[in-house]
Design a protein around this ligand. Structure first.
Ligand code: ZN
Length: 155
């Protein structure tokens, strides 16, 4: 990582880690799923609301964990609002490929849609933190799935 990206990475994580966006409950009808990352001890509950067409109209989360897990959940809550489940799934896919440093992961429309989340590509240098960064996304995918309400775990 070059110095500029490293600095941006740290700033964004500190900012969102200290002041997470959408760290609240959703009033009214919503779907919630808990996520747990035993490796680090991160735990959160992510809730979402969708309109009649299935579009995500609100996302909120609560929980506790390391700065990376909180920052990732915070940024997720900002970027997936207004998205369809299929769009959110493609974003998660792009995000995951970015974190694992997969070939060709540096480009594409999905990647653009991730916005500031792209700085989390920095966790690539710390593979054990990838699960911290993806925890909220696993909870999101689970919340979009109809059916069981089992908590999700990164293990
Ligand atoms: Zn963590």
């Amino acid at each position: 990582m070059d110095d500029e990206l490293r600095e941006l990475y740290q700033q964004v994580i500190i900012d969102h880690g200290r002041h997470p966006r959408n760290f609240r409950r959703i009033e009214g009808d919503c779907r919630c799923r808990q996520g747990y990352n035993p490796l680090c001890g991160d735990q959160l509950e992510l809730c979402l609301q969708r309109d009649a067409q299935g579009q995500i109209t609100d996302v909120a989360f609560q929980g506790q964990g390391c700065a990376i897990s909180m920052a990732s959940a915070s940024m997720l809550s900002e970027v997936v609002k207004g998205k369809t489940p299929a769009e959110a799934e493609r974003m998660f896919d792009a995000f995951h490929r970015l974190l694992t440093g997969e070939e060709g992961a540096e480009q594409g429309a999905e990647l653009e849609s991730l916005g500031k989340l792209r700085v989390l590509a920095g966790v690539r240098e710390f593979p054990s933190r990838i699960k911290c960064a993806t925890l909220a996304w696993h909870a999101l995918m689970a919340a979009l799935e109809p059916g069981n309400d089992e908590p999700v775990t990164t293990e």
